[in-house]
Design a protein around this ligand. Structure first.
Ligand SMILES: [Zn+2]
Length: 387
């Protein structure tokens, strides 16, 4: 069977061995009957996960045989993502629920692909955040200045929604490593620093997820690809100096009020950049970053605020430009066999429901490409990023 030969190059860090197998093509799914062995154990589902990634299929055990479902992409969600905001608040807090409903109603996602998460453990949040700050969020005792910087009402629900978002990102990263592509139906709170939150970001879910992964696999090389219209300043500050992490961010040049924090690679666009110029800048610089760093995992903060009708994005991309961005980036990650966790990032479109629609489009693209290309992991072809 093709593909097994690449096991070592992709999963060299894993102590596993697969001795052979046949695949019988069926309708939509494929049934594989394998003689699959690992040195540690036999028959547990997770033991087959690397093989699942190589052959590109989701594996379920059926009476000693392996049922492969290449259509499944796990998406992590919490009903706590949506909290009540004042009527005139500009943030589209319902975008999480709306985008999930769109994906389900349109049949892009099946209900079993959506995984409801709980809250991230407090000690994990404190692994990147100052304990006193976490306590102030928990006890709703942030002062007026801190609340203004966050731009959200300080309520008990703010803590639970933020801790749930951290958990969803953490789970998506772990799932991406096992299955190639996984999605957090929120996430990308990149303006959260150790001791304070800002711009709607309470806890930095990406930094917490990376610290959690490092406990599990200390040598893992993680690249944060941040294509939200704003610089991932909090993420840069929290992960600075860690050679195992590469932070890439493409954004409108930070202004005087918000000077920014340098990441591993910062790409600044002109204010109100048009789609074509933006995409050219993105593809060329990201290709160089991927080549240089060679990550084991990409955490991609997609961003919906690059759209020309966004309140705060200051970019002029159309929905078509954003779909092109999503397609090229996802193909580059997937075809180069780099596991990717997809996160929403920001978005505050003047047409409220449209933010949800842009996030929905990103998820739909990830779902479609994961299904289409999972069978191609065996291929040696690499896809170049091109505008
Ligand atoms: Zn943004």
């Amino acid at each position: 069977m093709r593909g097994l030969g690449y096991r070592k190059s992709i999963w060299g860090c894993l102590d596993r061995r697969i001795s052979g197998g046949k695949i019988h093509r069926g309708e939509g799914c494929e049934l594989g009957i394998f003689t699959a062995k690992t040195r540690r154990a036999r028959g547990r589902r997770e033991d087959f996960s690397p093989f699942c990634w190589i052959s590109g299929k989701f594996l379920l055990h059926v009476g000693g045989k392996v049922w492969l479902d290449q259509r499944k992409v796990r998406c992590f969600y919490s009903h706590r993502f949506e909290i009540e905001l004042p009527r005139d608040h500009p943030y589209p807090m319902d975008k999480f629920r709306l985008s999930k409903e769109m994906l389900l109603v349109e049949g892009v996602l099946r209900p079993e692909e959506i995984v409801e998460v709980g809250q991230a453990p407090d000690h994990l949040i404190r692994s990147v955040h100052d304990a006193a700050y976490v306590e102030r969020v928990y006890s709703c005792s942030l002062d007026r200045k801190e609340a203004l910087r966050l731009g959200l009402p300080i309520t008990p629900e703010l803590y639970t929604r933020s801790a749930s978002e951290v958990e969803a990102t953490r789970m998506a990263c772990r799932a991406a490593l096992e299955e190639g592509v996984a999605i957090c139906l929120a996430g990308g709170k990149h303006h959260a620093f150790s001791e304070y939150g800002s711009g709607g970001s309470v806890f930095n879910d990406v930094a917490v997820a990376i610290r959690d992964l490092q406990l599990w696999r200390p040598g893992l090389r993680v690249m944060v690809v941040d294509t939200d219209a704003h610089q991932g300043d909090g993420t840069h500050a929290l992960l600075a100096g860690d050679p195992r992490v590469f932070t890439y961010s493409i954004h409108v040049a930070p202004s005087g009020a918000r000077p920014g924090v340098a990441g591993s690679m910062d790409v600044e666009t002109v204010r109100y950049v048009e789609g074509e110029m933006y995409l050219r800048q993105l593809f060329s610089t990201l290709a160089a970053a991927l080549d240089t760093f060679a990550p084991d995992l990409v955490i991609w903060i997609a961003g919906a605020d690059n759209h020309h009708n966004d309140r705060y994005g200051q970019m002029m991309l159309t929905a078509k430009d954003l779909q092109r961005r999503d397609e090229v980036l996802l193909k580059a990650f997937i075809r180069n066999r780099i596991p990717v966790a997809v996160l929403y990032g920001g978005g505050c479109n003047r047409q409220a429901e449209f933010t949800a629609k842009i996030h929905r489009n990103t998820v739909a693209m990830a779902k479609q490409l994961a299904a289409e290309h999972r069978g191609l992991w065996a291929s040696q072809d690499k896809l170049a990023l091109s505008a």
